[in-house]
Write a protein that binds this ligand. Structure first.
Ligand code: GUN
Length: 342
């Protein structure tokens, strides 16, 4: 356990007995009041202060400008708007340059590909993010794959997917990194734990699978065709809900003492809610991340980190420099999350 984390986070002291409780097969828990609500904002602020800000200042000092992200939003989507708001707030605290390109829902695929191509060739743009979902008439895979690998801050281009699937450090999807960061920040032991992921997307389910395998978890992935979902989720020491269905996970689907991370972004009666029915599930868990305020801010801080990393990598000359840059970046990720990715 890092001394720095303890110094800055008295909260973590209070986690220790329950982490110990999770080390065996049986978990003793919980009263509702014992449940720890994972604070993604607190994590994101600390990560910004200790890792991202010094790196931003270093980048500006060296290259005379801050890294720039361009987000492409096609049409309108309330979940995307919510994500963009959180992102823009967080990026402005770091003075990162962030522009949103709003395009009509009727734009054709060729015009969208041309827009991305011109951003790929703009030396003042370090990262490109295409907000999903895209309208049905556009092939989302083709669009994502058109982003140059070095500007692919979401880690979704074929080269980056190959890297994270083989646990080779490069750009990893921010939401997946955010999930791992939250688990690590709360010092939840992962080795040998049965983790059940609900959702098989390229943004969350699949990269989380690979990150957790690297942490020696046993991982099950469930999805829309899984039969008797609750039979699987009740096996989970750690349950990750990333399916995009409001309140899908109810108390009867969760093992007592489980850790639950909710990655869902849904709107129910105009309110932002997760995939987990937080009110009823909370009392069964040892740790639970809320929506909003859990995985969302952690994701955004990881995206800011990915933008910095992408910008830094684009300034490196050769393979050796790239490797040093990646090692240095993930060493800093380690400071807050205690994760040794390299
Ligand atoms: N839509 C909802 N979440 C995400 C995300 O993390 N990335 C992108 N590109 N689109 C999204």
């Amino acid at each position: 356990m890092s001394q720095n984390i303890l110094d800055k986070n008295p909260l973590i002291y209070s986690c220790i007995p329950r982490i110990t409780a999770m080390c065996g097969d049986v978990m003793f828990l919980p009263n509702d009041s014992d449940t720890i609500v994972m604070n993604g904002r607190k994590f994101a602020d600390e990560y910004a202060e200790r890792v991202l800000k010094p790196r931003c200042i270093g980048f500006k000092g060296k290259y005379g400008r801050l890294p720039k992200l361009v987000t492409i939003l096609v049409g309108e989507n309330p979940a995307s708007e919510s994500y963009l708001r959180i992102k823009s707030r967080f990026f402005s605290t770091l003075c990162l340059d962030s522009e949103v390109l709003r395009l009509s829902k009727d734009i054709n695929e060729r015009d969208l590909l041309n827009t991305i191509n011109s951003l790929n060739n703009n030396s003042n743009v370090d990262g490109i993010l295409v907000q999903l979902p895209l309208p049905r008439h556009i092939d989302a895979d083709k669009v994502i794959e058109s982003i140059s690998i070095e500007r692919d801050v979401e880690g979704l281009s074929p080269g980056n997917v190959h890297a994270w699937a083989k646990a080779i450090p490069n750009l990893v999807p921010a939401t997946a990194l955010g999930v791992l960061a939250l688990l690590k920040y709360y010092e939840i032991s992962l080795e040998g734990k049965h983790t059940v992921i609900v959702g098989r997307s390229m943004i969350v389910g699949k990269p989380v699978l690979h990150l957790l395998l690297k942490e020696n978890c046993t991982v099950t992935i469930c999805h829309s065709r899984t039969k008797q979902l609750g039979r699987h989720t009740r096996q989970a020491d750690i349950l990750i809900a990333a399916v995009g269905k409001a309140h899908l996970i109810t108390a009867d689907m969760v093992k007592k003492g489980a850790v639950v991370v909710d990655v869902g972004v849904n709107f129910l009666d105009g309110k932002l809610v997760g995939d987990v029915d937080f009110k009823t599930v909370k009392s069964k868990t040892s740790y639970i991340s809320p929506v909003p305020g859990g995985s969302g801010p952690a994701t955004v801080s990881m995206l800011a980190g990915n933008l910095l990393l992408a910008a830094e990598l684009q300034k490196t000359g050769d393979n050796k420099e790239q490797k040093e840059c990646l090692r240095d970046y993930y060493k800093n990720y380690t400071i807050v999350t205690d994760t040794n990715y390299c």
